[in-house]
Design a binder for this molecule. Sequence first.
Ligand SMILES: C[S@@+](CC[C@H](N)C(=O)[O-])C[C@H]1O[C@@H](n2cnc3c(N)ncnc32)[C@H](O)[C@@H]1O
Length: 757
Amino acid sequence: MSLSPERSFSAAPLDALSNVASSNSTPPTTVADSASLHSDTSKHDMTSVADLAADSPDSSQMEPLIEQQLRDEAIHRAEAATPERTRRVRDGKKPVYNIAQLIGTAGHGKRRAKGDNVSNRRRRTIGRATEIDQEDPDTTKGDTPTRRTRRSLGSTTTAHTEASPRPKRVAARQPAPAASRQATPVVADRPGVSTRRSRRSGDVNEKDIPRELRRLEDTKEFSHVDDSPVVYTVWSNGKYVDPNQVKKEEEERKKAKQAVEEPKVEEEPVTQGKKRRVKKYLDKGLYAGQDAPKDPLKGLTPGEKKQLDDLPELRPSGVVNKVMPLPMYTGLRTLIAGRDFKLPFNICNPLPPGQPKPDEWRKMTKNRFIGESKDIWRKSDHFHDYQSKCVCKATDDDPCGESCQNRIMLYECDETNCNVGPELCRNRAFRDLTKRRNKGGKYRVGVEVVKTSDRGYGVRANRGFAPGQIIMEYAGEIITEEECDRRMNEVYKDNECYYLMSFDQNMIIDATSGSIARFVNHSCNPNCRMIKWIVSGQPRMALFAGDNPIYTGDELTYDYNFDPFSAKNVQLCLCGEEKCRGVLGPKTRHEAVQQPGKVKAGGKRKLGDVPSGKADGRDAKKPRITSTKGALASVGLKISHGTATAIKKGVSAVKKAAALGGKASSAKSRGKGKTVVKKTSTNRVVKAYVKNGPARKRVSTTTTVKGKAGSGVLKTKTIRKTVTAEARARATKGPKNAAARKRKEAVLDKTYDIASL
Ligand SMILES: C[S@@+](CC[C@H](N)C(=O)[O-])C[C@H]1O[C@@H](n2cnc3c(N)ncnc32)[C@H](O)[C@@H]1O
């Protein structure tokens, strides 16, 4: 019997032979190659065995021998090539193809998708590939090895996707017939791969358990014994629904329903045992955050007081009426006069959310020195002056009230300079402001930024403020004049709004990054004042309510007393007041003369405001205030009232003004070596910026020495300037009707006195 190649092929165990072949072959591309792939011996080997048979005298005797030899040879070769697979061969396991090697991609390494960690994945493809081959021999019949390989590749993908949440669909597409189970051990016999079925049945062969799971063998979880109670969770809209919470809510709903259905029995006041329920009335809203006036009779005329004596029921009993508070400052008068009144509907109606808010605004609540300003800033004499104690007494009617010297000097009382103490002292505005703000809340802060129809943003009150009460601090970056010049010429040159305020020691507060106060607009008849106070020896600027109370919803305004410095920068005033000056300009001389006598809380005062006895008893250290006549006399105090000054671009006129013969400034007189012609008694910067260009200016200076106050000589300087035709044309372009234009022109015809007022 001759040994044909086919016979030798069938005689050898298929899997072992194919393994050997697969390990040695290049990827097969033809049927012939496929045959060679599955053949157990090389052509050369077969020839030698056939030769051996041919040479044998008794071929029938030789046949089993040859077969045996062939088998041995195959095993031997297989062992030499891949010892592991040979072991499988010995164990009679199914053949395993190395697909990557077969298709020549083994050298590429594992494929890695984006974010896909394939390092731990098991190559189950081979088993699958085999499965296909084994599962349905009919389907594979006639398949070239190439096709099979492709199929294997397909199953490679399947194997990869097994880890993804779609294995079931894959399984559905390829329902595994019973035959596939035969193939399973190919996978299962590999460490770490055991089929679900085998695990479930508990028939776990130790060899089948992956090494990393072996230590978990004793756990219930491993044996699929779940003795924990089954917890069903409910999820709604991607959120976990707590059943207890649901139950609670349901009970509450039921209770509420019952309460509505059952007629409510009026509760009898229980006098014994239980505490009597007291009905709560709204006692806040109208005056939220506002103290009631201490003395309601204070504002009444003698006639009204007499009238009140005839109406004892109206006499304030001291008990706060919480039921329906009367208009706070006019309540008693309204009652006496018997007038009807109605509460304004918007009395406590702060803006609803979603209002346009200013962007590009970095809020700052405290002053910050920038650049050189800190080094230049020095402690001037009045910073020490504030330390002298006031002469108020705790037994006074109004301790540290209107007559307190500290208050008159615009020094805030504190533990160093107050004779009364923190409980009774009423001259601690900045402390009160801090306390109020620290408590937080929209209503305590009391202001909000609003968008006005024609003046950009503004600020309105969302609570009431008593006359003279502090509202908010004007804070920002404290910069030198040089820095201010630089910013004006470089940074703010295209801006329409400026947030520059003259401050102290010739410095400027730039509130471009600053507090809300920067948004307060100008009015020629304002309801607030911007006042500089000395607090713990440091100057601070704040907005105070004016002589009248401020109600919720009122827009807050103060008189900028604006100095445009250049006619080019004159802006039309849109305050809408009857006595509007027409432009954002400085106060007229007339207004300035009228102003001081009017000022009450925190404003400019005459010496006559200070009770003479107390003035005499003042500490010698404090600046002596001598009585002087006229409007300018009153500026002997260190007051910066209405000091808003916008400093517009242009060449600093410091030198110019100096050249015009202005006297040495207080700064110069203090040996600073700088010529500054702007120091005034009000600390207002009167600085003549002369713009290169068509602006025609007539600048004259007069210096009046009025007396001494504190650290320096009081000076006033008047710089007159005339509005140019160009500025006039620009300023009167706005008003549409002839009357308004005429009014503007009339205003512009005036010569402005930029004076220290
Ligand atoms: C300190 S800012 C006040 C806040 C400013 N409205 C805003 O939107 O930022 C000053 C600027 O506001 C405008 N402004 C303020 N009061 C005005 C008024 N009464 N009439 C016209 N413009 C006014 C002017 O443009 C002025 O330069």
